[in-house]
Design a protein around this ligand. Sequence first.
Ligand SMILES: NC(=O)C1=CN([C@@H]2O[C@H](COP(=O)(O)OP(=O)(O)OC[C@H]3O[C@@H](n4cnc5c(N)ncnc54)[C@H](OP(=O)(O)O)[C@@H]3O)[C@@H](O)[C@H]2O)C=CC1
Ligand SMILES: CC1=C(/C=C/C(C)=C/C=C/C(C)=C/C=O)C(C)(C)CCC1
Length: 292
Amino acid sequence: MEEEKVSPMAAMFRSVPQIFRGRQCAPGPLSARMLSKIADEKRPLADKVAVITGSTKGIGFAIAQRLAQNGAHVVISSRKQQNVDRAVAMLKEEGLSVTGTVCHVGKAKDRQHLVATALEHSGGVDFLVCVAGVNPLVGSTLGASEQIWDKILDVNVKSPALLLSQLLPHMEKRGGSSVVLVSSVVAYLPVPKLGVYNTSKAALLGLCKSLAIELAPKGIRVNCLVPGIIKTDFGLGEKAVPNLLPDLNKIYGLQRLGEPEDCAGIVSFLCSPDAKYITGENIVVAGFSPKL
Ligand SMILES: NC(=O)C1=CN([C@@H]2O[C@H](COP(=O)(O)OP(=O)(O)OC[C@H]3O[C@@H](n4cnc5c(N)ncnc54)[C@H](OP(=O)(O)O)[C@@H]3O)[C@@H](O)[C@H]2O)C=CC1
Ligand SMILES: CC1=C(/C=C/C(C)=C/C=C/C(C)=C/C=O)C(C)(C)CCC1
């Protein structure tokens, strides 16, 4: 049977009883105020602009998708055009508000271009989520070349700070802006053969605390997502530590490896007004707690 087509407003009216189930409200037609309250609750990030780096796949893509589902215009990016095009198409297919551009976060020119692209939408940026991260080395820390150190520290630690400094004036003027860095549980649990990567992720815990203090007077909150082992192409966990799940299950009671979506809700929350009194926090999302 042909499904009846209804306008979004009609659909929202129809959904009203469910939304209000259990709430104290006078019977009868809903005021415009009540309806706009419903709309706000369903789209807490409406009219906001979010820049997410490393967001055409994996954790970054899941975060961008959730921020957009919650009402934000998302600016997604990564190094490869074909990844950008595919990710933009997927989000547009879902009816979400998205712009995509190529940006290798380690390149100053690319970061500048990303900032310009983000400003095209509405002249400002409300949220910056720095997801891009690399690990080109599985091996001894002291055997790592200077080039390897430079590449890992440039992308994983320096680029979030340099990109934020370029976005700063455009975030400060918006009021209520939020930055989310992305570390890793390896910052707490040093994984053998990932010493340079572990160090870069531990540095982000400190960067979060320092930036939170520095940016508080500007009304910008800074927090840090600390994912556990998440099933993505990055898949560093399994590469570095075979038999990871049974060991983590035995030692920490871990029941399953994570999905990118497991990281999305907390980031949307940290960007939302519900987190307006939270800053400088490193928040582990790992299915276990690696902290002693
Ligand atoms: N997966 C895991 O178990 C964990 C991951 N993390 C962290 O999460 C972040 C994302 O990892 P994950 O989603 O698993 O990885 P994926 O490989 O699934 O996705 C990485 C994304 O980042 C992009 N990217 C890679 N390098 C750069 C760069 N230099 N500049 C801009 N974009 C880049 C990739 O696209 P493209 O190739 O087109 O550039 C892709 O969109 C990383 O910072 C990682 O350290 C933390 C803990 C655990
Ligand atoms: C070191 C180590 C462990 C933990 C490994 C972990 C937690 C790896 C995480 C890798 C990640 C998250 C990579 C990407 O960022 C065990 C299994 C407890 C015991 C054996 C030694």
